[in-house]
Design a protein around this ligand. Structure first.
Ligand code: 9PG
Length: 491
C-alpha cells in the first residue's frame, strides 16, 4: 500500500493502516516504509537510559561496543553485533525536504532499523501497532509522544522536585556522619528531595543498612524529613551480586540462559552482577517486600537503578516477552510503592517504563570531567560517565518531556574536585533547566560563597524555555546552542 503525506509518498508494508491526525497508525509484526530516496541521517534511540540516542550518519556503519554483547549496561545486548543502524522502539530519518519521517512502536518490544531507502520496524514477538509521522522534527516527535501517552499513560506533569543526590561527590563513600554534615550545610537551599545513592546497602540483593548506617534507615529518613526534605533512596531491585546473601540462598531466583546459567547483567563493583527473574512468584513477593520496606522506613522518593536487568533475554518462569516482563515488574513496583511515592527510573528501558514512573534518567552518568576518552576511543562506548556523553543522549530524549519528568543527571556548581570548565558546567546547568529536572550532588561544604549563590539562583529562578532549533534553545533572553558541543562528534 501507499501512504501520502504532504510532499512525500511512501511504499508501505503492514497488515493495516489508519489515519491518526496528520500521521498514521499501522499494525503488524514487521512493518516497512520505503522512501523514494535513501536518507543520509538516522535518529538512533538507545534501549535504556544510558544507551546512546543521537542522529547518526547512515554512510558510516555502526561500530560495536566492545566486547560485543558483554556490556548490557551500555545497550541492548541482542543487537550488539547488528550490521545496520537501529534503535529501540523508534527510529527516524531526515527527508530531502528538511522534514523527518518517524516510525515508532506503540507497545513494548519494538525495534526500528534503517535498510537503505526503508525504515523497518519489528516486534520481537507477536505483532502490534506503530505510529508514522512526517513533518517538522519537533512536531513529529511531539505527535508520537501524544500517541504513547494514550497507549501507555503519562506521569509527572507537575514541576519536578529539586534533588540533592549523594552520588557525584561521595560515590559509595557515604556514611551517617557524612550525610548529617551535608544535611546541616544544605539548610536554606531550596531542595525538595534529599536522596541517598549507592553505598547505604549491605549488597546488591541485600537491601538493608550496612555498618556505615548504624542507626538504621528509618532513623535517617526521620532526620532528613525533620530537616525539611523528602527522603530519597537509591536501590537496584532487579540485580544481585554473587557476594550477596540473596545470591547464595536463592540461586533459583536468577534469570537463566538456555543452558541454565545465570544471565550476567553487567560488570560493576568489581565483578559480574546478575538479574532476577521477576516473573517468579517468590521473586515478586520479595520485590514487593523490599519496596514496601523502603517506603515504610520513610523514603517516598525512590531512585530505582539498573532496571534494564529485568528486560534482558533469558528463560523465565512465565514465558512472556522480555519487555513485557519488565513492564509487569515495574507495575508491581508501582503498586508496592503506592501512587504517592516518586519513582525515578534509571538504567531503564524507555518505552516500557512510560506511565508507571514519575521521572526517567534520559542519559548516561555525568562526571566532573567532559570527555570519557577511554570508553569512547577504545571501547566505542558513548555511555561512559562524562558531561559530553550525558549531554548528547539527554538532548535527543527531550521529546519525552510530555510523558515523564526527564532527568539529564546532576549539574555542578563546585570547582573543587572538578575538571569541568566554566562553559561545560554552564552547559549542564542549562540542560537541566531545559529538561525541567534540577539536581546536584555538590556538598555545600565544597562550595565557595559565589558558587553557593549561583546554585541558589539556579534552583529558584523561573526561566522561560523555548526550542528554536534541533540543538538551540532560548533560556529567557539567552540563546543556548548545544550544537557547538556536539560539533563533528555527535557520534
Ligand atoms: C550508583 C550509580 C548512580 C548513577 C547511576 C548508576 O556501566 N556501568 O557499569 C555503570 C555503573 C554505574 C552507573 C551507570 C553505569 O551509574 O546512573 O546515577 O546511581 O549507578 O552505582
Amino acid at each position: 500500500m501507499r501512504l501520502i503525506f504532504a510532499g512525500l509518498e511512501l511504499e508501505v508494508q503492514a497488515e493495516s493502516s489508519q489515519a491518526a491526525g496528520t500521521g498514521y497508525v499501522l499494525h503488524g509484526g514487521t512493518v516497512q516504509l520505503t522512501q523514494p530516496e535513501a536518507p543520509a541521517r538516522f535518529f538512533r534511540h538507545g534501549w535504556q537510559s544510558w544507551s546512546l540516542a543521537s542522529w547518526l550518519e547512515l554512510d558510516k556503519p555502526p561500530v560495536p561496543i566492545q566486547p560485543p554483547g558483554r556490556r548490557p549496561q551500555a545497550d541492548d545486548p541482542v543487537y550488539a553485533l547488528s550490521p545496520r543502524h537501529g534503535g529501540s522502539a523508534l527510529g527516524a530519518v531526515e527527508c530531502p525536504d528538511g522534514k523527518v519521517l518517524l516510525l515508532g512502536a506503540l507497545a513494548p518490544g519494538g525495534r526500528v532499523e534503517a535498510h537503505g531507502r526503508a525504515l523497518r520496524g519489528f516486534y520481537e514477538s507477536g505483532a502490534g501497532d506503530w505510529f508514522v509521522a512526517h513533518g517538522e522534527e519537533a512536531a513529529a516527535f511531539a505527535h508520537y509522544a501524544e500517541m504513547l501517552a494514550e497507549r501507555l499513560g503519562q506521569r509527572g506533569q507537575s514541576p519536578a522536585p529539586r534533588v540533592w543526590c549523594s552520588w557525584y561527590s561521595f560515590y559509595t563513600g557515604i556514611s551517617e556522619p557524612v550525610i548529617h554534615q551535608v544535611l546541616e550545610g544544605l539548610q536554606g537551599l531550596p531542595f525538595e528531595v534529599f536522596q541517598l545513592d549507592d553505598g547505604w546497602q549491605q549488597d546488591m540483593g541485600d537491601w538493608e543498612a550496612n555498618e556505615k548506617f548504624p542507626s538504621g534507615m528509618q532513623a535517617l529518613a526521620r532526620r532528613i524529613r525533620a530537616m525539611g526534605y523528602t527522603p530519597g533512596l537509591w536501590m537496584a531491585p532487579f540485580i544481585v551480586r554473587p557476594s550477596s546473601r540473596l545470591y547464595r540462598e536463592r540461586p533459583d531466583w536468577l534469570l537463566k540462559d538456555a543452558q541454565g546459567e545465570p544471565v550476567p547483567a553487567g560488570i560493576n563493583w568489581g565483578g559480574f552482577y546478575y538479574a532476577l527473574d521477576t516473573t517468579h512468584p517468590q521473586v515478586q513477593a520479595w520485590l514487593r517486600g523490599v519496596i514496601q520496606r523502603a517506603v515504610a522506613w520513610g523514603y517516598t522518593y525512590l531512585k530505582l537503578d539498573f532496571l534494564y536487568a529485568a528486560a534482558l533475554p533469558g528463560v523465565r518462569q512465565q514465558n512472556i516477552p522480555r519487555e513485557q516482563a519488565y513492564r509487569e515488574a515495574m507495575r508491581l513496583v508501582r503498586e508496592a510503592a503506592g501512587e504517592e511515592t516518586y519513582i525515578l527510573a534509571c538504567g531503564a528501558p524507555v518505552l516500557p517504563s512510560l506511565g508507571l514512573v514519575d521521572g526517567l534518567r534520559i542519559g548516561p552518568d555525568v562526571a566532573p570531567l567532559w570527555r570519557n576518552e577511554d570508553r569512547e576511543d577504545y571501547l566505542h562506548d558513548l555511555t561512559g560517565p562524562g558531561g559530553l556523553n550525558a549531554l548528547r543522549t539527554s538532548l535527543h530524549r527531550l521529546w519525552l518531556r510530555r510523558l515523564v519528568q526527564t532527568d539529564p543527571d546532576v549539574a555542578y556548581f563546585r570547582t573543587r574536585y572538578n575538571l569541568l570548565s566554566p562553559p561545560q558546567r554552564q552547559a549542564l546547568q542549562d540542560l537541566a533547566k531545559i529538561a525541567g529536572f534540577l539536581a546536584t550532588s555538590d556538598p555545600p561544604q565544597w562550595l565557595e560563597p559565589d558558587e553557593r549563590q549561583a546554585l541558589e539562583r539556579w534552583l529558584s529562578e523561573e526561566v522561560a524555555v523555548s526550542q528554536i532549533g534541533r540543538y538551540r534553545f532560548l533560556l529567557g533572553e539567552r540563546e543556548v546552542d548545544f550544537g557547538e558541543w556536539l560539533g563533528g562528534r555527535d557520534a
